[in-house]
Design a binder for this molecule. Structure first.
Ligand SMILES: [Zn+2]
Length: 376
């Protein structure tokens, strides 16, 4: 299967089965060879493999979504993007190395709950990172630990290693969805002014951050056969968090209630359940928990609600039924704006194909007759 690893329709689920759950190690090792990174950086193949084995083991396989398969998928997407002419002809080999390492490590040791949950439960990670980019900061520190433990880069000068670790952090932190508008605004400004210079290292780094973001949330840009499986997995993880919250008498986080939410709602903002009583109760609990009132539910909190969909937000979650439920959810408000700008930057057949898939998938989630809403 690895001869098709540059295909956007690469079936990562089948690949993982074919490798007995060792997809992350097998695929990433192969990509290091393909890009010539092993040779260029004189990497010890044994150390490289042991690093990847540790990375794979540090993901929680019990998480329905944030497990090593997601990291493998993001790494495969990253490889597809790195092969796009705009990147392939301008990135340095160091940029390429960094991009692959960031992709494969970007969700290390993810606990399967979002930042809001960690903050509300007083988790030590929330305290450690002061409630800000808690998960991303942790993923980065885990990545640095494993890099050092494996000794993979020990033969490089210390200044190069430290610089690489810093840049790695900057790429992983860029996957914080709550910060998307900040990155997107900078990227859009450059595109508007047509002054993005790939000869400028800081511009190249911004492009890498955007590339990392695209790879991370590209699920809705895949063909429905693959995309819908990811959607079900995200829903399963959200609902699991909701179950834990219920079990401990906590307010259920938005989109985490299996009795009132659905995959279509999460992806496209579509309500497919009619259990409004439950939904109202949930909202009331959330309201009390965060001492919010309807006056606080402005466009800012609406935006926070949307951002909450994928990972986390430190803002109190607003209430979907109080004019805060967007006409479409994650796909239209988070994924589409990012990929529209990406398409302006890298106007290739792949970019157009991704946007076409995105529209098809959105249409399917919007029309209940086109998607059998099955419990994840
Ligand atoms: Zn991710």
């Amino acid at each position: 299967m690895l001869d098709k690893v540059d295909s956007w329709d690469f079936d990562i689920f089948m690949f993982d089965r074919a490798t007995n759950g060792n997809g992350l190690v097998t695929l990433t090792f192969h990509l290091f060879l393909q890009l010539g990174l092993t040779r260029l950086f004189r990497l010890d193949p044994i150390k490289l493999r042991s690093f990847l084995v540790m990375v794979q083991a540090d993901y929680h396989q019990r998480n329905p979504y944030h497990n090593s398969l997601h990291a493998t998928d993001v790494t495969q997407a990253m490889y597809c993007f790195l092969r796009q002419p705009k990147l392939a002809t301008t990135l340095s080999s160091c940029d390429m190395l960094l991009a692959l390492v960031a992709a494969v490590t970007h969700d290390l040791d993810h606990p399967g709950v979002n930042q809001g949950f960690l903050v509300r439960t007083g988790h030590h990670l929330a305290a450690l990172y002061k409630n800000s980019s808690v998960l991303e900061s942790h993923h980065w520190r885990c990545a640095v630990s494993l890099l050092r433990e494996s000794g993979l880069l020990d033969h490089l000068p210390i200044t190069d290693r430290l610089n690489l670790e810093e840049r790695l952090g900057s790429l992983i932190l860029a996957t914080d969805i709550s910060q998307q508008n900040r990155y997107l605004a900078r990227f859009r400004e450059h595109l508007d002014r047509e002054d993005l210079s790939m000869a400028d290292p800081s511009h190249r780094h911004l492009v890498l951050q955007i590339t990392m973001k695209c790879a991370d949330i590209c699920n809705p840009c895949r063909v429905w056969r693959l995309s819908s499986q990811w959607s079900s997995r995200v829903t399963a993880e959200f609902f699991h968090q909701g179950d834990v919250e219920k079990k401990h008498g906590m307010a259920v986080s938005p989109l985490c209630d299996r009795l009132s939410d659905s995959t279509a709602h999460i992806q496209a903002g579509m309500h497919t359940h009619t259990n409004t009583q439950t939904h109202k109760q949930t909202n009331k609990q959330t309201l009390n928990s965060h001492t919010l009132n309807s006056h606080t539910l402005n466009s800012h909190t609406l935006n926070s609600h949307i951002l909450f969909l994928h990972k986390h937000t430190s803002s109190p979650p607003p209430l979907p039924e109080l004019q805060c439920c967007p006409p479409s959810g994650f796909i239209r408000h988070v994924v589409e704006p990012l990929f529209r700008e990406w398409c302006r930057f890298s106007c290739t057949s792949l970019s157009h194909r991704m946007l076409a898939h995105l529209q098809t998938n959105l249409d399917r989630w919007t029309d209940p007759s086109q998607h059998p809403e099955t419990p994840p």
